[in-house]
Design a binder for this molecule. Structure first.
Ligand SMILES: *Cc1c(COP(=O)(O)O)cnc(C)c1O
Length: 403
C-alpha cells in the first residue's frame, strides 16, 4: 500500500524549514530530492571502497568496479535495453545529447534534414544547431498548438527522404506535456531516420521500455529520478553506437595506443573516456532500485491525483492561466495576469514554497505564448494535497500583494 507519510520519512530534506516555514518542495522538474538509501550509497562508497575502476587489481578497485557495473545492469534492466553495453554512463542528459550530436557531425551531409520539436529544452536544441552549422544540415521544427500539444499533422508533412534524425522530449519540462513518442518514432523509421528521445523529464514518472519503443537513442539524468547530479544515461542501439565515432579521447576508451595509431575500445568504454562519476553511477543504481520499490504504477497514481487536485484548485483563482492543458505529467506551469512570474516565485519562497520561475530553458515555448516565463510547480510522489493547499494559499497571497 502507498503510504505517503512513510515515503516522506525516506527524505531527510523534507523536514527542513525555509524562512521559518515548513518546506514545500515543488521544483521536482528541476531536480528531485534524494532518499536516505541513495545518500547511504554515496556515504558507503566514500567510507568503504573509494577507488578507481577497471584498472586496479587491488580489492577496493575490484569492489568499486563490480558495484559500478552492477549499477549499469540495474539501468539496463530498468530501461529494458537488450545489452548492458548499450548503456553508456554519462554526466547527464545534456552530455548524452552532445555525444550523439557530435558523433553525427561526421555522418550528416549538406542538405540533410533534422527535425526537432517546438517543446524542447535548450539542451535538445542548441547541440543540433551546432551540428547544422558544422554539416550544412537543415533544422526543421514541429510546431506546437495553444494547448501545448505538438502539431503531429505538420510532423508527418516534414518527414521525407532527406530526414536523417528526429529529436523530441518524452515529457516537456516547461509544460509537462507527454508527447506521442511512439508515433514519432514509428513515422521516422518509415523514412529510415533515427530518433533520439530526451527522457529527462519523463523518467521520474514513467518507466520507458526502449525495445518496445524501438527508439534509437534514449537519454536521461539521474538527478530527476532521486539520484545525484552529474550522472546520466545514454542508451543507444548497438549498431548505432558502433557507427558513431567516440566523443572524447583519453584513458579507458582505447584498445591500444601508439603514436602512429590508436584503436578504440568496444562498447560501452568507447564513450566513457577518463575516470567516470563512479560514486554517482552507483548511487544512480540505488535510486533506480528505490523508485522501483515504490513502483511506477503507485507513483503515477499519486502524481495524477496531485495534478488533478492542483489544477482544480489553482484554476479557481481569478486571472490565473495554466499553460499546457492536455495529456500531462504532474507539472503545472502558470501565470497570474499582469504579474511577472519572478515576483510570484519570490513571494512563494518567503512562504516556504519552492517553485521554478522563468523560461525553464525553453524560450521558444515562451515566445509562442508571448510571455517572459511561467511559474512552474512540479509534483513528485512524495508530495501531498496539504502541500498543494499551502501553494494555493500562497499564490492567492502573492496575487493580493502584487496587484
Ligand atoms: C533537465 C532537463 C534536461 C537537462 O538535464 P541535465 O541533467 O541538466 O543535463 C534536458 N531536457 C529536459 C526535458 C529536462 O527536463
Amino acid at each position: 500500500m502507498f503510504n505517503v507519510d512513510k515515503i516522506r520519512a525516506d527524505f531527510p530534506i523534507l523536514n527542513r524549514e525555509v524562512h521559518g516555514k515548513k518546506l514545500v518542495y515543488f521544483d521536482n522538474g528541476a531536480t528531485s530530492q534524494t532518499p536516505q538509501v541513495v545518500i547511504d550509497a554515496i556515504v558507503d562508497y566514500y567510507s568503504n571502497y573509494n577507488a578507481n575502476i577497471h584498472r586496479g587489481v587491488h580489492t577496493l578497485s575490484q569492489e568499486a568496479t563490480d558495484k559500478y557495473e552492477e549499477a549499469r545492469l540495474k539501468i539496463q534492466n530498468h530501461f529494458n535495453a537488450k545489452h548492458s553495453y548499450e548503456v553508456i554512463l554519462t554526466a547527464g542528459t545534456t552530455n548524452s545529447i552532445n555525444i550523439v550530436a557530435s558523433g553525427f557531425s561526421s555522418i550528416l551531409k549538406e542538405g540533410d534534414e533534422i527535425i526537432v520539436s517546438a517543446l524542447e529544452h535548450h539542451s535538445n536544441i542548441v547541440p543540433w544547431q551546432m551540428l547544422c552549422e558544422k554539416t550544412g544540415a537543415v533544422l526543421k521544427v514541429i510546431p506546437m498548438s495553444e494547448d501545448g500539444s505538438l502539431r503531429m499533422d505538420v510532423y508527418h508533412e516534414l518527414l521525407n527522404s532527406k530526414t536523417k534524425l528526429v529529436f523530441c522530449n518524452h515529457v516537456s519540462n516547461a509544460l509537462g506535456i507527454i508527447n506521442p513518442i511512439e508515433e514519432i518514432i514509428h513515422a521516422a523509421h518509415k523514412f529510415e531516420a533515427y530518433v533520439l528521445i530526451d527522457g529527462a523529464q519523463a523518467v521520474p514518472h514513467i518507466k520507458p521500455d526502449v525495445q518496445e519503443l524501438d527508439v534509437d537513442f534514449y537519454v536521461a539524468s539521474a538527478h530527476k529520478m532521486c539520484g545525484p547530479t552529474g550522472v546520466g544515461v545514454l542508451y543507444g542501439k548497438e549498431e548505432l553506437l558502433k557507427m558513431l565515432p567516440p566523443y572524447q579521447g583519453g584513458g579507458e576508451m582505447i584498445e591500444t595506443v601508439t603514436f602512429e595509431k590508436t584503436t578504440y575500445a568496444g562498447l560501452p568504454h568507447k564513450f566513457e573516456a577518463g575516470t567516470p562519476n563512479i560514486c554517482g553511477g552507483i548511487a544512480f543504481g540505488a535510486a533506480i532500485d528505490y523508485m522501483n520499490s515504490i513502483g511506477f504504477d503507485a507513483i503515477a497514481k499519486q502524481e495524477n491525483e496531485l495534478l488533478a487536485y492542483g489544477t482544480q484548485e489553482l484554476e479557481k483563482i481569478e486571472g490565473l492561466k495554466i499553460y499546457g492543458t492536455t495529456n500531462k505529467a504532474s507539472v503545472i506551469s502558470f501565470n497570474l495576469e499582469e504579474i511577472h512570474p519572478y515576483d510570484v516565485g519570490s513571494i512563494l519562497d518567503k512562504l516556504g514554497v519552492a517553485v521554478r520561475t522563468g523560461h525553464h530553458c525553453a524560450q521558444p515555448i515562451m515566445n509562442f505564448y508571448s510571455i517572459p516565463g511561467t511559474v512552474r510547480a512540479s509534483f513528485a510522489f512524495y508530495n501531498t494535497k496539504e502541500e498543494i493547499d499551502i501553494l494555493v494559499a500562497a499564490v492567492k497571497k502573492a496575487k493580493m500583494m502584487l496587484s
